[in-house]
Design a protein around this ligand. Structure first.
Ligand code: SF4
Ligand SMILES: [Zn+2]
Ligand SMILES: [Zn+2]
Length: 203
């Protein structure tokens, strides 16, 4: 594979050679941003950024990335350069899925698949906990979310809960005659005390 060192002497018009190279190592964020913009027009952007990622001791702007951009990937996490020359997590993981939202974009197909897998694994882990405790209503819901029939233990817990809920509901009682009947009904008239009869308006 051709290294950056082989490419730089043979590639004409590299911005960092034709412009003041101090821009690439400037302390001014405005100047660094200018260097980054110039890198994005450079034909060596990708190999240059990769070279800097592989050599963490490098300072300054390389391949359009700042030292701060690259620092996030010193842990050795797989990364990539996106179409704007930004260093990003390699797609295909839960973190990369979330990172898409940070960049205000929809997750790619690969990240969506990784997210699905992650959610399923989390649900399985929680279901295992519910089963270790003998099954539960939550376990029943997890089975359904996983698109499967609930196990007997979880179904049993759900039945128990439904029964308990039914027992807790007080039975409906009939109305006591003459005490709570709606106004204007025969029961209402007989229940009202004599002194509280409404006055009749003479016609
Ligand atoms: S990408 Fe930037 S730092 Fe790398 S060779 Fe091109 S201009 Fe120079
Ligand atoms: Zn992605
Ligand atoms: Zn279960």
């Amino acid at each position: 594979m051709t290294s950056l060192h082989d490419l730089t002497p043979t590639t004409p018009g590299l911005p960092c050679r034709t412009t003041d190279p101090d821009l690439w190592f400037s302390k001014s964020s405005t100047e660094r941003a200018l260097a980054q913009a110039l890198c994005r027009e450079c034909p060596l952007q990708q190999p240059c950024a990769q070279y800097a990622l592989d050599n963490p001791e490098l300072r300054g702007v390389w391949g359009g990335t700042t030292a701060a951009d690259r620092r996030q990937f010193w842990t050795g996490e797989p990364c990539r350069l996106d179409e704007f020359g930004r260093v990003r997590l390699l797609c295909g993981s839960e973190r990369a899925y979330r990172a898409h939202f940070g960049y205000r974009e929809q997750p790619c197909e690969e990240c969506r698949a990784a997210h699905e897998e992650h959610v399923t694994a989390e649900r399985r882990a929680r279901l295992a906990e519910e089963h270790a405790a003998g099954g539960s209503v939550r376990g029943y819901e997890l089975h359904r979310l996983l698109g499967e029939e609930a196990c007997e233990a979880c179904r049993g817990k759900r039945r128990e809960k439904s029964k308990a809920r039914r027992r807790a509901v007080p039975p409906r009682r009939g109305r006591a005659r003459g005490t709570s009947a709606a106004p204007g009904t025969p029961g209402a008239a007989s229940a009202a005390p004599a002194g509280a009869q409404p006055l009749r308006i003479a016609s």
